[in-house]
Design a protein around this ligand. Sequence first.
Ligand SMILES: *Cc1c(COP(=O)(O)O)cnc(C)c1O
Length: 396
Amino acid sequence: MVKIETLPDEMGFYGEFGGAFIPELLRPNVEELTHSFREKKNDPAFNKQYISLLEDYVGRPTPLYFSEKLSNKHGCSIYLKREDLNHTGAHKINNAIGQILLAKSMGKHQIIAETGAGQHGVATATACALMDMECIIFMGEIDIERQAPNVQRMEFLGATVIPATSGSRTLKDATNEAIRHWINHPDAYYLIGSVVGPHPYPEIVAHFQSIISKEIQMQLYAKTGKSSPTKVVACVGGGSNAAGAFYHFYDDENVELIAVEAAGHGLNSGKSAATSILGTPGVLHGSMTLLMQDEFGQVTEPHSISAGLDYPGIGPLHAFSIDSGRTKSIPITDNEALIAARELTKTEGIIPALESAHALAALNSLELDKNDVVVVNLSGRGDKDMSTYLQHSHIK
Ligand SMILES: *Cc1c(COP(=O)(O)O)cnc(C)c1O
């Protein structure tokens, strides 16, 4: 059983996973951050500002939408948590707002961040514009190509976008570049976008995203008289939208938690990002976690059609929870996600992000009966994925 309030331990571990594997040079920064977060987390003035920005700027609470079409198809009740309706189009802004307030309270002026799909980059650039901070975004060269609209948005918001040109030129490499910059500029605030990286980042990001499951509890109660669903389904890149959607349900063993991983071309194709299934323990980006690596410990290049899931690791909370059997993981291929995206678009008039489409596709792999109440976290909207959807419109 996962007792979420007791995690992580003092050293930032979730069982054997987590911790802070960082150069000594960064140790003071990470300790300062841990201290500030612990203080602000329980500071009423800080929380008041965070919540009022979420309400009036981000547009929370996001709706919990009962999907009649999906419910009829699967023979149970299916709700969509509409994170796609947040300002900037995904859940990433919840965390960006929380951390920018933290950075401000610590007297920081320069914000650095990595981004894959560009959603975290856009959320960070937005928060920086709002708070008048300098913003530098690292992004893989490949992702810059496939997520062009988000690059334009970041630049228009005043951010500097620096291409990562090493390795697979995707999220992993952008993260490496961001960490390198941080080592050379320890005064910068590194605003990590998922529940990954060294302690205390996984804890901080899970905290700021936990608003998602808090709202689900209240909204479900208002609609059904019960505050818990039977299943919560969310896609996992690093795992921040999943951590947020699962958070307040970890301790309730009647709620099944389903993490959906990108299987790319297929689990055994050598072209996937299904870390929790194919990964083994190792250190990635400052944290002990499950990661895709070869027998020599070299990180395997991940593949997913969705830039936000194209990451060879997974947050330590998820590694621990999946390893202990609390969270179940399901692999979904590129094609299954494309089909699910079109289905939701055609039946509900909602164009989901490719990442979120993986979570939707997982409904087909679940055993569902009429008593099931399933919440699918619709992590973001699909505007950024239109060119990919149009290129693949032949897939049925
Ligand atoms: C970034 C992103 C993801 C993946 O990141 P997590 O940290 O795993 O949530 C999923 N969906 C969308 C829409 C994203 O932008």
